[in-house]
Every structure is written in C-alpha cells, then in structure tokens.
Design a protein around this ligand. Structure first.
Ligand code: ADP
Ligand code: MG
Length: 275
C-alpha cells in the first residue's frame, strides 16, 4: 500500500511537472539567416518549437529544410539571428553545456547517417560508447531494447548497415535517435525512398517512440499523409522564410497560395521521394 501511494505521488509529481512545462518554449529561432556565397538560403527564420509539440516542416526540395534543422541543434552556425534553447543562446554555450544538450536531442539524418564500419548495436550506442558512459554489455543491452521498440530483433545487432534493407536502416537510425531517451526527436525525411507500407511502419514507430519518451518532435517530410498522422503543427519553409505555420488540421483550409501549390504538387503521391 505504501509503495502504491508513493508511486501515485511520483506520478502526480511528474504530471504536475509536465503540466507546468508543456507549451513552453523549447527552441526558438529569431531572424536566422544563412547564405552560401551568393545563395541566400535562410533569409530570416522565426520559429518556435514548444514542449510537447509534434511539428512537421514542409517545403520544396532545396528550400533549406535540412539546414534549418541543423541550425536548431547547433550543427550549423547561422550568419545572423538567434537560436535559443530553453532561453539560452546556443552560440554562447560552452562545450560542456552544449554536450548536455546533445544528449537531450536525438537525430535521424536525411540519408540515415549510419556509420558503415560499425555494427548495428555500435551505431545505436555510439554516443554512450564514445563518452565511455556504458560498458559494452550495458550498451549491447540498451541497443537491443531500442531495437525492440523499432520492431527489430537482436539478431540484427551484429550486422553492418550494408547488410540491411533501406527500411531496416531507417529503423536502426530511429533506434539510434532514441538511444539517449531524448526530450526532442529531430527526424530529417525518415521515410524518404521507402514504399508506402514501410512509410506507415516508420510513422507508427515515430508515434510510438514519441509517446514512450514523452518527447517533443520536429520532423521534415514531404509525405503529407505521414505529416497529418504524426504532427499537431506544421510549418512551411518558402523562399527562405516560414511562409505559413499553424495547426495540422488547418493546413487543408489554408488559403496561402504557397501552401495550396505545395499540397497540389503532393496530392496523389505518397512517400518522400521527391524531396
Ligand atoms: P532541403 O533539405 O530543403 O532539400 P538543404 O537544407 O539541404 O535543402 O539545402 C538548401 C540549399 O543550401 C541547397 O541549395 C544546398 O545546395 C545549399 N547548401 C546546404 N548546405 C550547404 C553547404 N554546406 N555548402 C554549400 N551549399 C549548401
Ligand atoms: Mg533535406
């Protein structure tokens, strides 16, 4: 009985923490700009990712979506503008503080980004092995646990990425993204190049991972069916700026000409192949 009360109390406390923090700013971009020589890609991005949001970023191929995601996690340094994480200026953070944020973020790169020379379990446990925080046995166990979340058996643990199908590589990428139990999941075109059935499987896994971690998510996709399934908010990147943002259910009714053009270009298509 005591245990039950204590447990209930823990649940109450964690619920009250969630209630306090949900909807507060997690990542905020103000006037973010990035150019390459004469090519102005990001011309002044204003965007807020709130705790508990599941946001999808859409936009044409080459519009700067990957670049924008990289700027949110400090992998790309903007020419101008401000990126704040929990109100702290990302550019002013020291190495140690930056590293603590790294653990709070999980990322799946556009082209999978698995290391060819490492086995599946080593890829998943990369951060923990690199920092020496886990023994090999612990890392293997953690990797097996994450593999089960993405519906892969531990028999793939010792395989190399080249031995896996495209869909399996994406799942391993997702398992690696959730390896540190991150607070925010960043996924860059997680279903690109996959057939519609595999796209659905991946979206189910994203939903399951976000739910199990209680995570905030930011996903780049051009698959509107998937976007509707996994997001509560959508932002559209057009001509270097956020041209439209709002609730996912409002996207359909938007009279923004760029949104209409984008949706029309995607209608009847599934998968991310074009982006
Ligand atoms: P998206 O993900 O929307 O397809 P990206 O963010 O990958 O677009 O790229 C946007 C534009 O920025 C492209 O024209 C690309 O060529 C350019 N770009 C991105 N990264 C670099 C880089 N490191 N050097 C030069 N140009 C880049
Ligand atoms: Mg991209």
């Amino acid at each position: 009985m005591f245990w039950f009360r204590a447990h209930l109390r823990t649940v109450e406390i964690s619920l009250s923490i969630c209630e306090e923090t949900i909807g507060t700013d997690m990542i905020k971009l103000t006037g973010v700009k990035k150019s390459f020589n004469s090519l102005e890609v990001l011309k002044g991005i204003d965007l807020e990712l709130l705790r508990g949001d599941s946001m999808v970023l859409i936009g044409g191929s080459g519009s700067g979506k990957s670049l924008l995601m990289k700027s949110m996690i400090g992998l790309m340094c903007p020419d101008d503008g401000l990126v704040e994480i929990d109100g702290r200026d990302l550019q002013k953070m020291g190495e140690v503080e930056r590293r603590t944020f790294d653990d709070r973020f999980g990322m799946l790169f556009q082209y999978g980004g698995l290391f060819d020379g490492m086995t599946v379990w080593q890829n998943i446990a990369f951060k923990q092995l690199q920092s020496g925080r886990m023994s090999e046995r612990e890392a293997r166990e953690m990797a097996a646990d994450k593999l089960s979340i993405v519906n892969l058996g531990s028999e793939v643990s010792d395989l190399y990425p080249a031995e896996l199908s495209g869909g399996m590589q994406k799942r391993v990428g997702l398992a690696r993204a959730i390896a540190t139990n991150p607070e925010v999941l960043f996924l860059d075109e997680p279903t690109a190049g996959l057939d519609p059935i595999m796209c659905n499987i991946i979206y189910d896994m994203i939903l399951k991972s976000v739910q199990e971690l209680g995570a905030t998510s930011f996903v780049i996709t051009s698959d509107m069916t998937g976007a509707r399934r996994i997001s509560n908010k959508v932002a559209m990147l057009h001509d270097g700026r956020i041209g439209w943002q709002g609730a996912t259910e409002d996207l359909e009714h938007s009279d923004n000409p760029e949104v209409r053009r984008f949706l029309e270009s995607k209608s009847g298509r599934s998968g991310d192949v074009a982006a």
